[in-house]
Design a protein around this ligand. Structure first.
Ligand code: BMA
Length: 717
């Protein structure tokens, strides 16, 4: 934002560089205008918009420039950037080309050389002449038997390491090295009988996207270390995700973030950093955005993880659905001007930058295409469905409101008690106390909304003897069940729906929010549930018109043989009905394998609250996925008192815990001495007669005793 003029000063034998800055903020132009723009002052400053406060982040407007400032000197030739393109790919050959931009301080002849850094082999070399000034240098090359880049779950994220050199007289003058993935990506939007498809093809394969919306990992961005990024991306991988959306009110992420996504096969839906507001479009602002977009597109274009450039978050939705025109009292002229500014920014300027510098990656002007109240939002484009939470609709609506690509939907939950204890005194606070600012919930109706939904499926735990802890546990179950209802419905709807990204993956501070994983990386129940709901092959059960439908969904490319065991049981393990069948699961598919009317297996409906229906899918004799369906809201279940047997083994500072129960034990939460413990699974049901084996994923002290392991189970009131 500033116009920096370096001044060199010599003092104490040190050369000091002083940046004199004439502060120019975009405000200058708009101060002449009569209207206020939605978003207020923040839309004039090109810095992280969430720093002005969001419904999950505090307001830290004074956060400033956080990246290093440096001067770069060069002479002779400087490579500005090198962009790699995958042109065509077959299993035996990939045709690629690169375009290098290099500045030369004179006319001169030189040799360009492209090497494979892994084996040192020269892939291509040419003698060329550079003109004085900026030169564009194209170079074609071939990779035989290419190892393609694939996403997590589909294949290996293979990377090549290329080095592009400019040599003179046999000497290297300058060089640029880059890790590149050989892959093609397409966004397919084909008109069909309902609307238009919206899905990604990776190397020609339609891939169902499973992931979440990513926000900055801290209020104070320099605090995020490489290790933190690793923890975050490892969680995405661990939870069987293949896409993260870098949301437009945050930051263009650190190089480490994209490097890790490249290495681990996570595609990135990359928003430009504009969100929920209308932006000015005076010449200074446009020039500034042009520089910003050009810089970011050039910085990120070679990352195979970049699947999509998206102009903004919820601006077109805001303009058409949030009544801004009335709220801000715009005249017809004001409205025309403001919308014209929008189109200049997102339909012209940014789109042109992407087409110029990264034409191989699709561009999408705004997420979502239509607001969630409009029927078109379910027929084409991507969709943010907020009828649940903002619209107070029941979780079951997730099964009906399914668009072509669900890029946002979400529900809040409390973080782990240990996280809350870092900012809250449990003794003086009571659960659900939304007047207490120390609860760290930035959503104005956050607590009331959680409470409201809690009463539908569970009960309000504020009078529980251990209220905060119990409320936390229940709110996490509520969120986990709600969001997985959505995920499973989206996956069943494949290929109509081809992606699901819940809101939100992570947090920027410890607090109550929509995240599945809190600020300290502690998993809420949702994260454990997501890991299962995103598994490559999933069995899922839904009840529609009093009929139970068992679906099997596959995201793998090969045909799979499996055994499906379906049964109805009471909570003491008495099987009332069962059926085993052998099935063949088609690649990249979702199909309903079995339906049965509820009435044909449950004669006495008053016993519904003591029964569950389960589907278990075995692949090569091991349990690949399991679905459990209950017939009444959880609060109405007549659960027996669980008597869980445990056996504990500790080796190499790792816990191996085996839990079994003769009766149903619902949502078993395992903690260690009341401390949060990252486990291979948690909050799970132990079906009657089952043994569940879990292990710790973080080192623990070898002094742990069985009685230190605490178990909490859900018990209807
Ligand atoms: C979405 C996002 C954010 C917001 C979240 C929760 O629509 O785009 O703006 O934080 O909802 O309300």
């Amino acid at each position: 934002q500033t116009d920096c003029k370096p001044l060199l000063k010599k003092k104490d034998n040190l050369l000091r560089v002083v940046f004199q800055s004439a502060v120019k903020i975009g405000m200058q132009d708009s101060s002449k205008s009569k209207y206020i723009l939605p978003g207020g002052i923040r839309v004039y400053t090109r810095k992280a918009q969430y720093q002005y406060g969001w419904d999950w982040s505090p307001r830290y407007v004074t956060c400033g420039i956080w990246k290093p400032v440096y001067l770069e000197a060069w002479n002779d030739i400087k490579i500005q950037n090198v962009t790699y393109y995958t042109d065509t790919v077959t299993s035996t050959k990939a045709n690629l080309h690169l375009v290098a931009f290099a500045t030369s301080d004179k006319y001169q002849e030189c040799k360009i050389v492209l090497k494979d850094q892994y084996n040192g082999k020269i892939l291509q070399e040419e003698t060329i002449a550079l003109a004085k000034g900026l030169n564009s240098i194209p170079l074609k090359f071939i990779i035989n038997d290419p190892q393609l880049w694939w996403t997590n779950g589909i294949g290996n994220p293979n990377l090549y390491h290329f080095e592009f050199d400019i040599n003179k007289g046999g000497k290297k003058i300058c060089s640029d090295s880059c890790k590149v993935g050989i892959r093609t990506i397409e966004l397919v939007q084909r008109p069909d009988s309902v609307g238009k498809s919206f899905y990604f093809k990776l190397n020609g394969v339609p891939v169902f996207m499973k992931g979440a919306n990513y926000i900055p990992a801290d209020n104070f961005i320099p605090r995020v270390s490489k290790n933190d990024y690793e923890k975050l991306i490892n969680t995405a991988v661990d939870c069987n995700m293949n896409m993260l959306r870098v949301w437009g009110g945050g930051i263009y992420e650190d190089d480490n973030f994209y490097d890790l996504c490249d290495e681990k096969g996570i595609l990135v839906w990359q928003d430009f950093m504009f969100a929920c507001g209308m932006y000015p479009a005076d010449t200074a602002f446009l020039n500034n955005v042009k520089n910003e977009a050009t810089y970011q597109v050039n910085r990120l274009t070679n990352h195979p993880c970049i699947a999509l450039w998206c102009g903004n978050n919820e601006i077109s939705e805001g303009w058409y659905n949030w009544d801004w025109q009335k709220q801000y009292g715009y005249s017809a002229n004001d409205s025309a001007k403001i919308w014209n500014n929008y189109t200049l920014l997102f339909d012209t300027l940014i789109k042109n930058v992407v087409n110029t510098f990264d034409a191989k990656t699709p561009y999408w002007p705004s997420s979502p295409k239509y607001g969630w109240g409009r029927k078109e939002s379910l027929l084409e484009g991507d969709s943010h469905y907020w009828g649940v939470w903002w619209g107070m609709e029941p979780f079951s609506m997730y099964e009906n409101k399914i668009g072509r690509f669900m890029s946002e939907y979400g529900f809040q939950a409390y973080p782990a008690d240990e996280t809350m204890k870092t900012y809250l005194d449990f003794k003086t606070s009571s659960a659900g106390d939304n007047m207490n600012p120390f609860w760290h919930n930035k959503h104005p109706q956050g607590f009331q909304t959680i409470d409201n939904y809690l009463l539908r499926d569970y009960y309000n735990a504020t009078d529980h003897k251990n209220a905060v802890k119990h409320y936390t546990y229940l709110s996490q179950l509520l969120q986990a069940n709600g969001i997985t209802t959505a995920i499973e419905a989206h996956r069943r709807a494949r290929p109509y729906c081809m992606g699901t990204l819940y809101w939100q993956f992570n947090d920027c501070w410890p607090g109550v929010s929509w995240s599945g994983m809190d600020y300290y990386g502690r998993w809420k129940a949702l994260q454990y549930f997501v890991k299962k709901a995103y598994s490559d092959i999933l069995v899922t059960v839904t009840e529609k018109n009093k009929t139970l439908e068992t679906f099997v969904v596959s995201d793998v490319q090969k045909t799979t043989k499996a055994k499906l065991c379906i049964f109805l049981s009471d909570f003491n393990g008495k099987k009332i009905w069962q059926k085993d069948t052998l099935i063949t699961i088609q690649p990249l598919s979702s199909s309903c394998c079995f339906t049965i009317p509820v009435a044909s297996i449950i004669k006495d409906t008053s016993a519904n609250n003591k029964l569950f229906f389960a589907a278990r899918l075995y692949i090569a004799d091991s349990l690949a996925s399991q679905a459990v369906h209950y017939f009444v809201p959880y609060k109405l279940l007549k659960l027996p008192k669980a008597n869980i047997k445990r056996s504990l083994k500790i080796s190499d500072n790792k816990i191996e815990l085996s839990l079994s129960s003769k009766t149903l034990a619902k949502n078993v939460y395992v903690s260690l001495d009341d401390k949060y413990l990252k486990l291979s699974d948690n909050y799970f049901d132990i079906l009657p007669g089952d043994e569940v084996k879990i292990h710790s994923e973080e080192p623990i002290s070898s002094k742990i005793k069985v009685r230190k392991i605490k178990l909490e189970t859900f018990n209807s009131k």
